[in-house]
Design a protein around this ligand. Sequence first.
Ligand SMILES: *[C@@H]1O[C@H](CO)[C@@H](O)[C@H](O)[C@H]1NC(C)=O
Length: 204
Amino acid sequence: MSMFFLAFVISLLVAISFASPVGRKTSVCPWNGVSTVQNFTLLAVVKDYPNIQKSLVLGSHDSSTPGCVTWLEARESVDSINAKFFTLVNGGITAYAPDGSLIGVSLPVPNMNGKLSFLYPKSGENASPAEVYCELFNTSPHGVPFPYALAVNDGDSDHFSLCKSNSAEASVVLYNIVKASAADIRSKWGTCADVYIHVLPIVQ
Ligand SMILES: *[C@@H]1O[C@H](CO)[C@@H](O)[C@H](O)[C@H]1NC(C)=O
């Protein structure tokens, strides 16, 4: 085997191992996106009725103890807000309570019918957020009311839904509801509305 061929094979293997890191999916931000945003809140805006807008928070329900998973949902569907301020660093979201304490780090989002979940780390636990998000900016020359959109899994901002659970009083965000299982989703989640999720930066 020639040295050149060997070098080629080795560089190919290196490229492949970088392309698919095991157990870790990293979002690729498109050209009109950034992967770091200091401090922001999140707002869901219904695509068909843009005057319907819901603040998104991490709620309590039963998941307010360390080690539990919580998820992004409409402010009105939770008894008490656990977190409503977020930071995005290298594509990973961390959620903070109003008092500044860390409440959740982003978990990977399944490519179909996935909730936007967060882990409430136990103290001392490694709390690296899954780096799957980015913020896209709208490039319309006419301007838009909300220029920054949240995107997940390789820059997709177009497939979020806010779905109201039939069993619990919760409206949670789901990513990429697929048509094949729309009936399942509806029986479990009741009504869903397609939404954009907007990033509202906090200017201090
Ligand atoms: C984000 O902004 C809010 C509102 O001004 C503030 O209370 C909070 O401490 C800020 N959080 C971070 C992480 O800077």
